[in-house]
Write a protein that binds this ligand. Structure first.
Ligand code: TXA
Ligand code: MG
Length: 321
């Protein structure tokens, strides 16, 4: 087992693993990350190898505060300062012009770098223990569902990473929102754990722009976050006729008994019908359905409020193959 509880001693040791060029999986408030020294190209190369990630898909760099961000970005303009003050630490990633300390491997050759301050005590302590910024994508094989527990990471990457710090399940459960501030018009690149409306309330309307990357990167690719089992989105709540022998249901709230009994497996995103709870449970529910030997999973629509659109984005991508 490479998993250890995230004690102070384990975090200190993991920090030296990062400094020596190793790989540490660690909890953030969104999902678990697969971390390496962001200033070391060989260390970051291992991330791409272990994930099976194409080199054209750049990494997010994690720092402990705004001062840490200035190690990797050329500066924080007024919009960046406003967002950083309001949302860091938290599930918001900013894309900004990079400094030359950041290798081309991290940014896939682009002149910009994605940076965020995670709102998780273990992640922040690890960055401080390492004494440098940590590059980390989600700690899952490329294209698969992101991990929200240490056990998810252990199951898929356990043999390939040096340490997995177990800090319990992630509180937000979906990845950070990504905003590109490298151009005059701020643009939304990925919906995520920070509500788009809250960002727009702070800095004004965001452009919806696709294809800012050399090639469309996977967070923005059509098929991503995908379980192996085929997943189909329902247009409305499941009706009694929708079931089948080896079908699973991903319900938003508790389904009616006559609906539930038509499915072999039912996973409920939010027993209380709350969108935040649904986000927190989304990836674990998808993994359980994926491991249940089903021929198909039907997913109910999620309400449009709060993190609803970000959840829907994951489900749409999970349904494409
Ligand atoms: O919540 C999160 O963001 C998690 C945790 C671990 O922090 N990380 C995460 O990383 O989701 P990853 O690699 O799975 O997704 C990062 C996304 C990719 O879609 C990548 O294309 C985009 O960020 N990205 C990274 N650098 C970029 C850049 N310079 N410009 C535009 N997009 C960038
Ligand atoms: Mg990912």
């Amino acid at each position: 087992m490479t998993t250890v509880p995230a004690s102070d001693a384990a975090i200190a040791q993991a920090g030296s693993v990062i400094r020596r060029g190793g790989l540490v999986a660690f909890p953030t408030e969104t999902v678990y990350g697969l971390g390496a020294d962001a200033l070391s190209a060989p260390a970051c190369a291992r991330i791409f190898e272990v994930k099976g990630r194409p080199r054209f898909d750049p990494l997010i760099v994690h720092v402990a505060d705004q001062e840490g961000a200035l190690q990797v970005v050329a500066g924080l303009d007024a919009r960046a300062r406003t967002l950083a003050e309001r949302f860091w630490p938290g599930p918001l990633t900013l894309v900004l012009p990079k400094t030359e300390r950041v290798s081309d491997l991290v940014t896939s050759g682009m002149p910009t770098v994605a940076v965020r301050v995670p709102a998780h005590p273990v992640a922040l302590a690890l960055i401080r223990a390492a004494g440098r910024p940590i590059a980390a994508p989600s700690a899952n094989p490329f294209g698969y569902v992101s991990p929200t527990t240490a056990a998810h990471v252990e199951a898929q990457l356990g043999g390939a990473v040096d340490v997995i710090l177990d800090g319990g399940p992630c509180a937000v459960g979906i990845e950070s929102t990504i905003v590109d501030l490298s151009t005059p018009a701020a643009a939304l690149l990925r919906e995520g754990g920070t509500e788009t409306a809250a960002i727009e309330a702070a800095i004004g309307p965001l452009a919806r722009r696709a294809g800012t990357l050399p090639v469309n990167a996977p967070g923005q690719l059509e098929s991503h976050y995908a379980p192996r089992v085929p997943l189909r989105l329902l247009a409305a709540r499941a009706a009694p006729g929708d079931g089948g022998e080896r079908r699973g249901l991903l319900a938003f709230a508790e389904p009616r008994p006559d609906v539930a009994k038509r499915f072999s497996v039912v996973e409920v995103l939010s027993p209380t019908g709350n969108v935040r709870e649904a986000a927190q449970r989304l990836f674990a529910c998808l993994r359980r359905l994926d491991d249940a030997g089903l021929s198909e999973v039907l997913a109910e629509p999620v309400p449009d409020s709060g993190l609803g659109p970000a959840i829907r984005d994951r489900l749409v991508r999970a349904s494409r193959r």
